[in-house]
Ligand binder design. Structure first.
Ligand SMILES: [Zn+2]
Length: 94
């Protein structure tokens, strides 16, 4: 019974994640699999996926980690980051 319930949940989240991924221009089956294997987080990942990839990024001068442009602290080394001008933005492949 528990296995059957899990299957229904996995299928439900898989379909939701797949549809969301497809709507955002990604692969339906990729997100179907992700959301099906890790139901809640997979769906959340599909939902935030595009916003995340649209965000401008830059590189931390200390450790070289690529972080969000609006981040005040480096998520890799904790280095405090200054606000950067547009020409310093790092072009990251989509
Ligand atoms: Zn850093």
């Amino acid at each position: 019974m528990a296995g059957g319930a899990y299957l229904v949940i996995a299928l439900f989240f898989g379909l939701s994640g797949g549809v969301v991924g497809k709507l955002k221009g990604s692969s339906f089956w990729l997100w179907f699999l992700i959301a099906g294997v890790i139901p809640v987080f997979g769906l959340l990942a599909a939902v935030v996926y595009r916003f995340d990839s649209d965000e401008p990024r830059r590189q931390c001068p200390r450790c070289g980690r690529v972080v969000m442009l609006h981040d005040a602290l480096c998520t890799g080394c904790g280095n405090e980051l200054d606000w950067v001008d547009a020409d310093e933005r790092l072009a990251v492949e989509r």
